[in-house]
Design a protein around this ligand. Sequence first.
Ligand code: PLP
Length: 361
Amino acid sequence: MQPRDLSAHSPYVPGRGVEEVARDLGMEPEELTKLSSNENPHGPSPAAVDVLREYAAQVHVYPKASHTDLTDRLATEWDLSPEQVWVSAGADGSLDYLSRAMLDPGDRVLVPDPGFSYYGMTARYHHGTVSSYPLPKADGFSQTADRIMEAYDGERIVYVTTPHNPTGSEMARAELVDLLGRVDDHTLVVCDEAYGEYSERESAATLLDEFDNLAVTRTFSKAYGLAGLRIGYALVPTAWADTYARVNTPFAANELACRAARAALDDDAHLEKTVETARWAREYMYDHLDAPTWESAGNFVLCDVGDASAVADASQRAGVIVRDCSSFGLPACLRVSTGTREGTKRAVEVLNRVAREVAEA
Ligand SMILES: *Cc1c(COP(=O)(O)O)cnc(C)c1O
């Protein structure tokens, strides 16, 4: 017995976990600075942690009221109707729901290259095919409607990531509006704002009143520090009404995640501290890394170190874990998540030293 032909499906390659790396190196996890997965260096919101403790004894019930409460809270937050809020297990879960809602077998999606690998993966899971539009390094990974429309060929979904992972570039609102006006009627533009909280720009969610061919995805994994709980959401057009009820996996967003997310939304102090630290760390890296960097609107900075794989390995042996971007098609680049002030300084010091050693070897 064999599964169906999955040769076109490539596995998702996550950054390695801190316990794994510590075991390999014979170190304690606390000795490592992990800046490879864009997690929140301040941890989760303390308000969310309190809620997790409080509700731990109630996980024998299915998440019903908690899910409705979170949906309503998000609808208020974004000034949308609850039907437009699709809560899911991580934003990745929302990408799956959008695939289910949009794709017939053989439909095509258009994704950025370099870009987040799950866009293509979810399309393939739903029997779709994938083409890409380039964001050239030589052009500073800039995102414009013209660039996307040059590659566009009537795909069913077009993905835009802003701020963009792994480069940190953004798509200006005017460019997005231009794109929304230029794609065919049957094309949905998905604006992935996984890092939206770190950006100074207005969310594309404010365009949902005006455009019925736009969906926006957001997550609690990054700025809210709840990656381990798997909770995110999509904001979708008004006219989709009961579509969510037809595509969502029953109870995929779990009880504790729904409750913790709601508490985190009310914890402004934690979010402010998180965003402020990321902004400080980005500037610190631009100023102190001995490698070219790109301006980033996310909680990470892309830098060009020449041989990313060698520098990432050496850095890891020295206790600083960063993301080698070879798998994104950027073999010269590292993506370094913004850490605490202390963690960021340590990372910069180690990266500068090991990059020098690699260059001299
Ligand atoms: C992290 C990330 C997501 C979603 O992550 P979840 O943990 O599934 O919420 C989505 N898009 C991009 C570009 C990301 O970097």
